[in-house]
Design a protein around this ligand. Structure first.
Ligand code: FMN
Length: 352
């Protein structure tokens, strides 16, 4: 990772962040043919790290968070970097251009990114075609289509239909589903599902459809968890919860750019959310996916101890480069051994 930090990153960081993100995904998509050869260099095969969620088996708790490969263009290559799973999306029923550019800004001094993408993606049909060819463990993150700031406001039914369409189209191609209920950067995403009636209506629709895959609800780190849990608990197919960025700027981040902040500045709120959620759930029934500022094995380990069963990252891939998953999964066993644990599943929630 030293070479990436000293040589590659300074070059990449001279260019526009979205341009680099786009080119990286295209390059990774093209390099998919090399995934099988690369995988042994990055993979960790260690029984202590193995995680089970229902029928799903993960080689480690560490995955790539939604938002890096929004349209499933590069899953085999990204999985070969040592992630136990790649969450693609957010994917919506129709293709979306997202918010007007520029909409992605680096915060190098704080190891963060300001993200105001507004959910650009190629839509469920295109993603289905790509996932049909993938054998890697994939989560599909689902959201409603963002038709842009000038589009007429969607009705409640239109928004729910959008989610249902994408779940219908993609669930058989996914290892798990994650409903993004909280995009901080779109009009519909900010507050729509704070109304529990709407969340119940969506989950009722999915119950009628028949959800065949583990399903997570991704909610803002600053959400009100009690009403959410009361609603979610009514639906047996809800497997757990994932923590998203909170809207606005965390303490200490001053910027005129609109958008939510990922990476290190997001860490305190994410950690608090994981602990608060864990204290409220029945861990035998619900599982937490934690993300927000995971740069090291110690960061991932702390999230496990606070209550996350799966841990994801995105921003540290940008700052630390393609060796990040390997460095974290290789560091975790030492932390387990230091504290006298045999396997990661024993650690989940011990600090909550
Ligand atoms: C550039 C960028 C795009 C993102 N896009 C999405 C998205 O489309 N859907 C989603 O659920 N989360 C999205 N996220 C949130 C991440 O999945 C993750 O929860 C968050 O960034 C915290 O992890 P990190 O600090 O390791 O980046 C995005 C984050 C970033 C930085």
């Amino acid at each position: 990772m030293g070479v990436y930090r000293r040589v590659v990153r300074p070059v990449l960081f001279r260019a526009d962040p979205e341009w680099i993100h786009d080119r990286s995904i295209r390059l990774a998509g093209w390099a998919g043919f090399a995934a099988r050869a690369m995988a042994p260099c990055f993979a960790t095969d260690d029984d202590r790290l193995k995680v089970t969620v229902g029928d799903l088996r993960f080689s480690s708790p560490l995955g790539l968070a939604a938002g890096f490969d929004k349209s499933a263009r590069a899953v085999p290559f990204l999985a070969a970097l040592g992630f136990s799973h790649v969450e693609v999306g957010s994917v919506s029923a129709r293709p979306s251009a997202g918010n007007p550019r520029p909409r992605l800004f680096r915060l190098p001094a704080q190891q963060g990114i300001i993200v105001n993408y507004g959910l650009p993606n190629d839509g469920a049909d295109q993603v289905a075609t790509r996932l049909a060819k993938s054998t890697a463990p994939v989560g599909v993150n689902v959201v409603n289509t963002n038709y842009g700031p000038d589009a007429p406001e969607a009705s409640d039914d239109e928004i729910l239909d959008d989610y249902v369409h994408t779940v219908t189209r993609l669930q058989d191609l996914a290892g798990y589903l994650c409903l993004n209920l909280s995009c901080p950067n779109t009009r519909d995403g900010r507050g729509f599902f704070q109304d529990q009636g709407r969340l119940r209506a969506l989950l009722d629709r999915l119950a009628d459809l028949g959800v065949r895959k583990p399903l997570f609800l991704k909610v803002a780190a600053n959400a009100d968890f009690d009403p959410l849990l009361a609603t979610a608990t009514e639906f047996g197919f809800v497997t757990g919860f994932a923590v998203n960025l909170a809207p606005g700027k965390p303490q200490g981040v001053r910027s005129g750019h609109p958008g939510a902040v990922s990476g290190k500045p997001a860490e305190p709120a994410a950690d608090k959310a994981i602990r608060d959620l864990y204290r409220r759930i029945d861990p035998a029934r619900h599982t937490i996916i934690g993300s927000g500022g995971v740069f090291t094995a110690a960061d991932a380990y702390r999230k496990l101890r606070l209550g996350a069963t799966l841990v994801q990252l995105l921003t540290s891939l940008v700052y630390e480069g393609p060796g990040i998953a390997r460095s974290i999964t290789r560091g975790l066993p030492d932390l387990l051994a230091r504290d006298g644990f045999q396997r990661v599943s024993e650690v989940v929630g011990v600090d909550a």
